[in-house]
Design a protein around this ligand. Structure first.
Ligand SMILES: Cc1ncc(COP(=O)(O)O)c(C=O)c1O
Length: 464
Protein backbone atom coordinates (compact mmCIF):
# COMPACT_ATOMS: atom_id res chain seq x y z
CA UNK A 1 0.00 0.00 0.00
CA UNK A 2 1.48 3.43 -0.91
CA UNK A 3 2.45 5.80 1.92
CA UNK A 4 -0.23 8.33 1.14
CA UNK A 5 -2.93 5.69 1.58
CA UNK A 6 -1.63 4.75 5.02
CA UNK A 7 -1.70 8.37 6.18
CA UNK A 8 -5.22 9.08 4.87
CA UNK A 9 -7.45 10.55 7.61
CA UNK A 10 -10.35 8.29 6.64
CA UNK A 11 -8.13 5.27 7.11
CA UNK A 12 -7.02 6.60 10.50
CA UNK A 13 -10.62 7.19 11.43
CA UNK A 14 -11.54 3.62 10.43
CA UNK A 15 -8.84 2.36 12.76
CA UNK A 16 -10.15 4.55 15.58
CA UNK A 17 -13.67 3.25 14.95
CA UNK A 18 -12.43 -0.30 15.31
CA UNK A 19 -10.98 0.52 18.73
CA UNK A 20 -13.94 2.74 19.68
CA UNK A 21 -16.93 0.96 18.17
CA UNK A 22 -19.51 3.09 20.04
CA UNK A 23 -20.43 6.47 18.56
CA UNK A 24 -19.60 9.24 20.99
CA UNK A 25 -22.45 11.59 20.10
CA UNK A 26 -21.96 15.29 19.35
CA UNK A 27 -22.66 18.52 21.23
CA UNK A 28 -26.35 18.31 20.25
CA UNK A 29 -27.05 14.66 19.44
CA UNK A 30 -26.71 11.47 21.42
CA UNK A 31 -24.95 8.46 19.92
CA UNK A 32 -28.35 6.74 19.60
CA UNK A 33 -29.80 9.68 17.71
CA UNK A 34 -26.81 9.81 15.39
CA UNK A 35 -27.13 6.12 14.63
CA UNK A 36 -30.88 6.24 13.97
CA UNK A 37 -30.75 8.36 10.83
CA UNK A 38 -29.45 6.47 7.76
CA UNK A 39 -28.25 9.49 5.80
CA UNK A 40 -28.60 9.82 2.01
CA UNK A 41 -25.53 9.96 -0.27
CA UNK A 42 -23.32 10.25 2.80
CA UNK A 43 -20.44 8.26 4.18
CA UNK A 44 -22.48 7.50 7.28
CA UNK A 45 -19.58 5.97 9.24
CA UNK A 46 -17.27 8.94 8.71
CA UNK A 47 -20.03 11.54 9.24
CA UNK A 48 -21.20 10.05 12.50
CA UNK A 49 -17.69 10.08 13.91
CA UNK A 50 -17.35 13.74 12.98
CA UNK A 51 -20.78 15.30 12.28
CA UNK A 52 -21.12 18.44 10.21
CA UNK A 53 -24.40 19.93 11.46
CA UNK A 54 -26.05 23.16 10.38
CA UNK A 55 -28.38 25.00 12.74
CA UNK A 56 -29.47 28.03 10.71
CA UNK A 57 -28.87 29.90 7.48
CA UNK A 58 -29.14 33.43 6.15
CA UNK A 59 -28.10 34.87 2.79
CA UNK A 60 -25.07 32.95 1.53
CA UNK A 61 -24.02 31.57 4.92
CA UNK A 62 -24.88 28.66 7.15
CA UNK A 63 -24.25 28.61 10.88
CA UNK A 64 -23.24 25.30 12.42
CA UNK A 65 -24.60 23.96 15.71
CA UNK A 66 -21.38 25.08 17.38
CA UNK A 67 -21.80 28.63 16.06
CA UNK A 68 -19.35 28.61 13.13
CA UNK A 69 -20.29 30.66 10.04
CA UNK A 70 -19.89 28.63 6.84
CA UNK A 71 -20.09 30.05 3.30
CA UNK A 72 -22.55 28.11 1.16
CA UNK A 73 -20.50 27.27 -1.93
CA UNK A 74 -23.14 25.04 -3.52
CA UNK A 75 -26.36 27.01 -2.85
CA UNK A 76 -27.58 24.20 -0.60
CA UNK A 77 -27.65 21.36 -3.12
CA UNK A 78 -27.94 23.67 -6.16
CA UNK A 79 -31.27 24.71 -4.65
CA UNK A 80 -30.95 28.08 -2.92
CA UNK A 81 -29.84 30.55 -5.60
CA UNK A 82 -31.81 33.40 -4.01
CA UNK A 83 -29.90 33.03 -0.75
CA UNK A 84 -31.23 31.39 2.41
CA UNK A 85 -34.31 32.21 4.46
CA UNK A 86 -35.74 34.78 2.08
CA UNK A 87 -38.54 36.50 4.03
CA UNK A 88 -40.74 36.57 0.89
CA UNK A 89 -40.70 32.76 0.79
CA UNK A 90 -40.90 32.16 4.57
CA UNK A 91 -43.93 34.46 4.79
CA UNK A 92 -45.70 32.80 1.86
CA UNK A 93 -45.07 29.36 3.41
CA UNK A 94 -46.24 30.38 6.90
CA UNK A 95 -49.38 31.99 5.52
CA UNK A 96 -50.21 29.00 3.32
CA UNK A 97 -49.59 26.38 6.00
CA UNK A 98 -52.02 28.21 8.29
CA UNK A 99 -54.65 28.58 5.55
CA UNK A 100 -54.70 25.36 3.50
CA UNK A 101 -52.08 22.96 4.84
CA UNK A 102 -52.95 20.13 2.48
CA UNK A 103 -55.32 19.62 -0.40
CA UNK A 104 -55.91 16.31 -2.20
CA UNK A 105 -54.29 16.44 -5.60
CA UNK A 106 -56.33 13.65 -7.17
CA UNK A 107 -59.69 14.76 -8.62
CA UNK A 108 -59.59 17.96 -6.51
CA UNK A 109 -57.34 20.97 -6.66
CA UNK A 110 -56.49 24.40 -5.32
CA UNK A 111 -55.78 27.60 -7.28
CA UNK A 112 -52.07 27.93 -6.45
CA UNK A 113 -50.99 24.93 -8.53
CA UNK A 114 -52.66 26.38 -11.64
CA UNK A 115 -51.08 29.78 -11.03
CA UNK A 116 -47.66 28.19 -10.52
CA UNK A 117 -48.06 26.01 -13.64
CA UNK A 118 -48.92 29.12 -15.63
CA UNK A 119 -45.88 30.95 -14.26
CA UNK A 120 -43.62 28.01 -15.18
CA UNK A 121 -45.06 28.02 -18.72
CA UNK A 122 -44.30 31.75 -18.96
CA UNK A 123 -40.71 31.20 -17.87
CA UNK A 124 -39.93 28.23 -20.13
CA UNK A 125 -39.47 28.34 -23.92
CA UNK A 126 -42.44 28.78 -26.26
CA UNK A 127 -44.01 25.43 -27.08
CA UNK A 128 -43.60 23.96 -23.58
CA UNK A 129 -47.13 24.49 -22.34
CA UNK A 130 -48.18 21.87 -19.80
CA UNK A 131 -46.86 21.31 -16.29
CA UNK A 132 -47.11 18.17 -14.13
CA UNK A 133 -45.94 18.58 -10.52
CA UNK A 134 -43.89 16.09 -8.51
CA UNK A 135 -41.95 16.36 -5.24
CA UNK A 136 -38.36 15.93 -6.41
CA UNK A 137 -35.98 15.78 -9.34
CA UNK A 138 -35.96 11.97 -9.32
CA UNK A 139 -39.73 11.88 -9.57
CA UNK A 140 -39.74 14.36 -12.45
CA UNK A 141 -37.47 12.11 -14.47
CA UNK A 142 -39.46 8.96 -13.82
CA UNK A 143 -42.63 10.92 -14.66
CA UNK A 144 -41.09 12.15 -17.92
CA UNK A 145 -40.10 8.59 -18.89
CA UNK A 146 -43.65 7.36 -18.25
CA UNK A 147 -45.04 10.26 -20.28
CA UNK A 148 -42.74 9.38 -23.18
CA UNK A 149 -43.69 5.70 -23.25
CA UNK A 150 -47.38 6.47 -22.70
CA UNK A 151 -47.29 9.01 -25.51
CA UNK A 152 -46.01 6.48 -28.05
CA UNK A 153 -48.41 3.77 -26.85
CA UNK A 154 -51.31 6.19 -27.14
CA UNK A 155 -50.21 6.94 -30.67
CA UNK A 156 -50.17 3.25 -31.58
CA UNK A 157 -46.39 2.78 -31.40
CA UNK A 158 -45.87 0.60 -28.29
CA UNK A 159 -42.51 -0.62 -29.61
CA UNK A 160 -41.00 2.79 -28.89
CA UNK A 161 -40.04 2.03 -25.31
CA UNK A 162 -36.23 2.12 -25.09
CA UNK A 163 -34.45 5.16 -23.67
CA UNK A 164 -31.11 6.61 -24.64
CA UNK A 165 -29.22 8.37 -21.85
CA UNK A 166 -25.61 9.51 -21.71
CA UNK A 167 -22.59 8.17 -19.87
CA UNK A 168 -21.98 10.35 -16.77
CA UNK A 169 -25.61 11.53 -16.89
CA UNK A 170 -27.35 11.93 -13.52
CA UNK A 171 -31.12 11.74 -13.38
CA UNK A 172 -31.78 11.07 -9.73
CA UNK A 173 -32.06 7.82 -7.88
CA UNK A 174 -35.39 6.22 -8.76
CA UNK A 175 -35.31 3.15 -10.97
CA UNK A 176 -36.02 5.01 -14.22
CA UNK A 177 -33.46 7.65 -13.37
CA UNK A 178 -30.64 5.22 -12.61
CA UNK A 179 -31.49 3.29 -15.79
CA UNK A 180 -31.09 6.28 -18.11
CA UNK A 181 -28.38 7.72 -15.88
CA UNK A 182 -24.80 6.91 -16.77
CA UNK A 183 -23.09 6.73 -13.38
CA UNK A 184 -22.15 3.12 -12.67
CA UNK A 185 -21.60 3.66 -8.95
CA UNK A 186 -25.25 4.71 -8.53
CA UNK A 187 -26.50 1.59 -10.23
CA UNK A 188 -24.19 -1.32 -9.58
CA UNK A 189 -25.71 -2.30 -6.22
CA UNK A 190 -29.24 -2.25 -7.60
CA UNK A 191 -29.18 -3.83 -11.05
CA UNK A 192 -30.77 -2.91 -14.34
CA UNK A 193 -34.07 -1.06 -14.43
CA UNK A 194 -35.59 0.48 -17.57
CA UNK A 195 -34.35 -0.63 -20.96
CA UNK A 196 -31.71 1.98 -21.79
CA UNK A 197 -28.57 2.46 -23.82
CA UNK A 198 -26.14 5.36 -23.61
CA UNK A 199 -24.30 7.76 -25.88
CA UNK A 200 -20.76 8.71 -24.82
CA UNK A 201 -20.04 11.54 -22.40
CA UNK A 202 -18.54 14.75 -23.74
CA UNK A 203 -15.34 15.01 -21.71
CA UNK A 204 -12.37 15.29 -24.08
CA UNK A 205 -8.77 15.92 -22.96
CA UNK A 206 -8.33 18.53 -25.73
CA UNK A 207 -11.02 20.60 -23.98
CA UNK A 208 -9.24 20.67 -20.60
CA UNK A 209 -9.53 24.08 -18.87
CA UNK A 210 -12.16 25.26 -21.37
CA UNK A 211 -14.09 28.32 -20.34
CA UNK A 212 -17.83 27.98 -20.97
CA UNK A 213 -18.90 25.67 -23.80
CA UNK A 214 -15.97 23.62 -25.09
CA UNK A 215 -15.00 24.05 -28.75
CA UNK A 216 -14.64 20.35 -29.53
CA UNK A 217 -17.11 17.51 -29.20
CA UNK A 218 -20.25 18.32 -31.24
CA UNK A 219 -19.47 15.19 -33.26
CA UNK A 220 -20.13 13.06 -30.15
CA UNK A 221 -23.85 13.68 -30.69
CA UNK A 222 -23.55 11.65 -33.90
CA UNK A 223 -23.08 8.55 -31.75
CA UNK A 224 -26.85 8.75 -31.37
CA UNK A 225 -27.11 7.83 -35.04
CA UNK A 226 -25.11 4.67 -34.27
CA UNK A 227 -27.55 3.71 -31.51
CA UNK A 228 -30.49 4.38 -33.80
CA UNK A 229 -28.90 2.05 -36.34
CA UNK A 230 -28.41 -0.57 -33.66
CA UNK A 231 -31.82 -0.42 -31.97
CA UNK A 232 -33.95 1.17 -34.73
CA UNK A 233 -35.96 4.32 -34.11
CA UNK A 234 -39.15 2.25 -33.98
CA UNK A 235 -37.93 0.97 -30.59
CA UNK A 236 -36.70 4.24 -29.07
CA UNK A 237 -39.02 6.43 -26.98
CA UNK A 238 -36.72 9.26 -25.97
CA UNK A 239 -33.23 10.62 -25.52
CA UNK A 240 -32.60 11.96 -22.02
CA UNK A 241 -29.74 14.34 -21.22
CA UNK A 242 -28.87 17.16 -18.87
CA UNK A 243 -28.06 20.17 -21.07
CA UNK A 244 -25.09 20.63 -18.73
CA UNK A 245 -24.26 17.70 -16.47
CA UNK A 246 -23.96 18.92 -12.91
CA UNK A 247 -23.42 15.95 -10.64
CA UNK A 248 -20.75 14.41 -12.87
CA UNK A 249 -18.66 17.49 -12.30
CA UNK A 250 -20.11 20.38 -14.34
CA UNK A 251 -19.79 19.40 -18.00
CA UNK A 252 -21.08 22.20 -20.25
CA UNK A 253 -22.22 20.97 -23.67
CA UNK A 254 -19.71 21.34 -26.51
CA UNK A 255 -20.68 24.05 -29.02
CA UNK A 256 -23.29 22.69 -31.44
CA UNK A 257 -23.74 19.40 -29.56
CA UNK A 258 -27.30 19.92 -28.28
CA UNK A 259 -28.43 21.22 -31.69
CA UNK A 260 -27.14 18.00 -33.29
CA UNK A 261 -29.03 15.88 -30.74
CA UNK A 262 -32.20 17.85 -31.52
CA UNK A 263 -31.73 17.34 -35.29
CA UNK A 264 -31.18 13.60 -34.93
CA UNK A 265 -34.22 13.20 -32.63
CA UNK A 266 -36.40 15.12 -35.11
CA UNK A 267 -35.11 13.09 -38.05
CA UNK A 268 -36.02 9.79 -36.34
CA UNK A 269 -39.17 10.82 -34.50
CA UNK A 270 -37.64 10.40 -31.03
CA UNK A 271 -38.59 12.62 -28.09
CA UNK A 272 -35.87 14.77 -26.56
CA UNK A 273 -36.00 15.19 -22.77
CA UNK A 274 -33.83 17.80 -21.06
CA UNK A 275 -33.24 17.17 -17.39
CA UNK A 276 -32.97 20.76 -16.19
CA UNK A 277 -33.18 19.98 -12.49
CA UNK A 278 -29.95 21.96 -11.99
CA UNK A 279 -29.82 24.17 -15.08
CA UNK A 280 -33.52 25.10 -15.16
CA UNK A 281 -34.04 28.31 -13.31
CA UNK A 282 -31.25 30.84 -13.58
CA UNK A 283 -27.98 29.10 -12.85
CA UNK A 284 -26.85 29.19 -16.48
CA UNK A 285 -27.62 32.91 -16.73
CA UNK A 286 -30.94 32.32 -18.50
CA UNK A 287 -34.34 30.89 -17.79
CA UNK A 288 -33.79 27.97 -18.43
CA UNK A 289 -30.70 26.15 -19.84
CA UNK A 290 -32.63 25.33 -23.04
CA UNK A 291 -32.94 29.07 -23.68
CA UNK A 292 -29.28 29.68 -22.93
CA UNK A 293 -28.16 26.92 -25.29
CA UNK A 294 -30.82 27.68 -27.94
CA UNK A 295 -32.39 24.20 -28.13
CA UNK A 296 -35.94 23.37 -27.04
CA UNK A 297 -36.71 19.83 -25.86
CA UNK A 298 -40.09 18.07 -26.03
CA UNK A 299 -40.10 17.53 -22.27
CA UNK A 300 -38.17 19.46 -19.63
CA UNK A 301 -37.75 18.58 -15.96
CA UNK A 302 -37.28 21.24 -13.29
CA UNK A 303 -36.88 20.92 -9.53
CA UNK A 304 -34.08 22.27 -7.36
CA UNK A 305 -34.45 26.04 -7.76
CA UNK A 306 -38.22 26.18 -8.14
CA UNK A 307 -38.97 26.84 -4.45
CA UNK A 308 -35.42 27.99 -3.66
CA UNK A 309 -35.12 24.73 -1.72
CA UNK A 310 -37.68 25.83 0.87
CA UNK A 311 -40.17 23.07 -0.02
CA UNK A 312 -39.81 19.87 -2.06
CA UNK A 313 -41.27 20.39 -5.56
CA UNK A 314 -40.49 19.24 -9.08
CA UNK A 315 -42.14 20.04 -12.41
CA UNK A 316 -42.30 18.24 -15.75
CA UNK A 317 -43.02 20.68 -18.57
CA UNK A 318 -44.18 19.24 -21.88
CA UNK A 319 -45.24 20.23 -25.36
CA UNK A 320 -48.99 20.60 -25.78
CA UNK A 321 -48.99 17.73 -28.30
CA UNK A 322 -47.98 15.28 -25.55
CA UNK A 323 -50.72 16.45 -23.18
CA UNK A 324 -53.28 16.54 -26.00
CA UNK A 325 -52.43 12.99 -27.05
CA UNK A 326 -53.20 11.72 -23.53
CA UNK A 327 -56.44 13.76 -23.49
CA UNK A 328 -57.53 12.56 -26.94
CA UNK A 329 -56.91 8.92 -26.05
CA UNK A 330 -58.23 9.23 -22.53
CA UNK A 331 -61.61 7.51 -23.05
CA UNK A 332 -64.81 8.71 -21.36
CA UNK A 333 -64.72 11.76 -19.10
CA UNK A 334 -64.81 9.77 -15.87
CA UNK A 335 -61.52 8.11 -16.84
CA UNK A 336 -58.08 9.30 -15.65
CA UNK A 337 -55.95 10.00 -18.74
CA UNK A 338 -52.53 9.60 -17.08
CA UNK A 339 -52.58 7.08 -14.22
CA UNK A 340 -49.72 8.69 -12.35
CA UNK A 341 -49.24 11.17 -9.50
CA UNK A 342 -48.00 11.52 -5.94
CA UNK A 343 -49.88 12.20 -2.71
CA UNK A 344 -47.88 15.40 -2.40
CA UNK A 345 -48.01 16.45 -6.10
CA UNK A 346 -48.71 20.19 -6.23
CA UNK A 347 -48.75 20.46 -2.43
CA UNK A 348 -50.27 23.87 -1.60
CA UNK A 349 -47.40 24.91 0.66
CA UNK A 350 -44.82 23.95 -1.96
CA UNK A 351 -46.79 25.85 -4.61
CA UNK A 352 -46.89 28.94 -2.38
CA UNK A 353 -43.12 28.69 -1.92
CA UNK A 354 -42.68 28.24 -5.69
CA UNK A 355 -44.75 31.30 -6.56
CA UNK A 356 -42.86 33.42 -4.03
CA UNK A 357 -39.45 32.13 -5.17
CA UNK A 358 -40.13 32.67 -8.87
CA UNK A 359 -41.42 36.15 -8.11
CA UNK A 360 -38.13 37.04 -6.39
CA UNK A 361 -36.12 35.44 -9.22
CA UNK A 362 -37.94 37.61 -11.77
CA UNK A 363 -38.17 40.86 -9.79
CA UNK A 364 -34.50 40.84 -8.83
CA UNK A 365 -33.53 39.76 -12.37
CA UNK A 366 -31.27 37.11 -10.91
CA UNK A 367 -30.63 35.09 -14.10
CA UNK A 368 -29.41 38.35 -15.65
CA UNK A 369 -27.22 38.94 -12.60
CA UNK A 370 -25.70 35.48 -13.03
CA UNK A 371 -25.03 36.25 -16.69
CA UNK A 372 -23.39 39.58 -15.96
CA UNK A 373 -21.21 38.16 -13.15
CA UNK A 374 -20.36 34.84 -14.77
CA UNK A 375 -17.13 36.17 -16.35
CA UNK A 376 -15.98 37.28 -12.88
CA UNK A 377 -16.76 33.86 -11.42
CA UNK A 378 -15.08 32.16 -14.39
CA UNK A 379 -11.88 34.18 -13.99
CA UNK A 380 -11.80 33.52 -10.27
CA UNK A 381 -12.29 29.76 -10.65
CA UNK A 382 -9.69 29.46 -13.41
CA UNK A 383 -7.13 31.00 -11.07
CA UNK A 384 -7.05 27.56 -9.47
CA UNK A 385 -5.26 26.26 -12.58
CA UNK A 386 -1.76 25.33 -11.48
CA UNK A 387 -2.75 24.68 -7.85
CA UNK A 388 -1.71 21.24 -6.55
CA UNK A 389 -3.57 18.27 -8.06
CA UNK A 390 -5.87 20.36 -10.30
CA UNK A 391 -6.16 18.51 -13.60
CA UNK A 392 -9.15 20.26 -15.20
CA UNK A 393 -11.58 23.12 -14.56
CA UNK A 394 -14.93 23.58 -16.31
CA UNK A 395 -17.55 26.27 -15.79
CA UNK A 396 -20.75 27.84 -17.06
CA UNK A 397 -22.88 30.56 -15.46
CA UNK A 398 -22.59 30.11 -11.70
CA UNK A 399 -21.40 26.49 -11.88
CA UNK A 400 -17.88 25.13 -11.89
CA UNK A 401 -16.23 21.73 -11.56
CA UNK A 402 -12.62 21.26 -10.52
CA UNK A 403 -11.24 17.77 -11.25
CA UNK A 404 -8.34 16.51 -9.20
CA UNK A 405 -5.58 14.02 -9.89
CA UNK A 406 -6.34 10.65 -8.34
CA UNK A 407 -4.57 8.86 -5.59
CA UNK A 408 -3.59 5.61 -7.29
CA UNK A 409 -6.79 3.59 -7.63
CA UNK A 410 -8.80 6.01 -5.46
CA UNK A 411 -10.50 8.65 -7.63
CA UNK A 412 -12.98 9.64 -4.91
CA UNK A 413 -10.58 10.30 -2.08
CA UNK A 414 -8.86 13.60 -2.85
CA UNK A 415 -12.09 15.58 -3.52
CA UNK A 416 -13.39 14.27 -0.17
CA UNK A 417 -10.23 15.48 1.55
CA UNK A 418 -10.54 18.86 -0.16
CA UNK A 419 -14.19 19.18 0.89
CA UNK A 420 -13.28 18.57 4.53
CA UNK A 421 -10.37 21.03 4.42
CA UNK A 422 -12.66 23.72 2.98
CA UNK A 423 -15.26 23.00 5.65
CA UNK A 424 -12.63 23.44 8.37
CA UNK A 425 -11.95 26.88 6.90
CA UNK A 426 -15.66 27.78 6.88
CA UNK A 427 -16.55 26.97 3.25
CA UNK A 428 -19.03 24.30 2.13
CA UNK A 429 -18.42 22.67 -1.27
CA UNK A 430 -19.61 19.36 -2.70
CA UNK A 431 -17.38 16.51 -3.73
CA UNK A 432 -18.36 13.73 -6.10
CA UNK A 433 -16.39 11.39 -8.39
CA UNK A 434 -12.96 13.00 -8.99
CA UNK A 435 -14.38 16.51 -8.86
CA UNK A 436 -15.50 19.23 -6.50
CA UNK A 437 -18.49 21.31 -7.51
CA UNK A 438 -18.74 25.05 -6.87
CA UNK A 439 -22.08 26.80 -7.31
CA UNK A 440 -22.60 29.99 -5.27
CA UNK A 441 -25.97 31.66 -4.88
CA UNK A 442 -27.11 34.10 -7.56
CA UNK A 443 -26.89 36.91 -4.97
CA UNK A 444 -23.20 36.35 -4.13
CA UNK A 445 -20.88 39.38 -4.26
CA UNK A 446 -17.51 39.63 -6.03
CA UNK A 447 -15.77 39.84 -2.66
CA UNK A 448 -17.47 36.66 -1.48
CA UNK A 449 -16.45 34.90 -4.70
CA UNK A 450 -12.85 35.96 -4.09
CA UNK A 451 -12.69 34.70 -0.52
CA UNK A 452 -14.43 31.46 -1.56
CA UNK A 453 -11.98 30.69 -4.36
CA UNK A 454 -9.01 31.75 -2.20
CA UNK A 455 -10.14 29.28 0.46
CA UNK A 456 -10.39 26.47 -2.11
CA UNK A 457 -6.90 27.39 -3.39
CA UNK A 458 -5.39 27.44 0.12
CA UNK A 459 -7.03 24.11 0.91
CA UNK A 460 -5.54 22.57 -2.26
CA UNK A 461 -2.09 23.71 -1.14
CA UNK A 462 -2.61 22.09 2.25
CA UNK A 463 -3.61 18.68 0.87
CA UNK A 464 -1.16 15.86 1.64
C1 LIG B 1 -29.94 16.67 -13.29
C2 LIG B 1 -30.57 16.06 -12.08
N1 LIG B 1 -31.65 15.29 -12.22
C3 LIG B 1 -32.29 14.76 -11.18
C4 LIG B 1 -31.82 14.96 -9.91
C5 LIG B 1 -32.51 14.32 -8.74
O1 LIG B 1 -33.15 15.26 -7.98
P1 LIG B 1 -33.65 14.87 -6.49
O2 LIG B 1 -32.43 14.67 -5.68
O3 LIG B 1 -34.47 16.06 -6.10
O4 LIG B 1 -34.48 13.64 -6.60
C6 LIG B 1 -30.70 15.75 -9.70
C7 LIG B 1 -30.15 15.97 -8.34
O5 LIG B 1 -29.04 16.37 -8.15
C8 LIG B 1 -30.04 16.31 -10.82
O6 LIG B 1 -28.94 17.04 -10.69
Amino acid sequence: MPDNVESHPETQAETQAETQPELQGSSVLSAEELRAHWMPFTGNRQFKRSPRLFASAEGVYYTTVDGRKVFDGLSGLWTCGLGHCRPEISEAVSKQIATLDYSPGFQYGHPLSFKLAHKVVELTPAGLDQVFFTDSGSETIDTALKMARGYWRSRGMPGKSKFIGRIKGYHGVNYGGIGVGGIGFNRKLFGQSVDADHIPHTVLPENDFSRGMPEKGAHLADELEELVLLHDASNIAAVVVEPMSGTSGVLPPPKGYLNRLREICDKHNILLIFDEVITGLGRMGSLPGAEEFGVTPDIMTLAKQITNGAQPLGAVVTKADIYDTFMDQGGPDYMVEFPHGYTYSAHPVACAAGLAALDVLEKEELPQRVKSMSAYFENAVHQLKGAPYVKDIRNYGFAAGVSLEHYPGEPLRRPFELGLKCFDKGFYIRWGADTVQLAPAFVVTEQQIDSFINAVGESLHELP
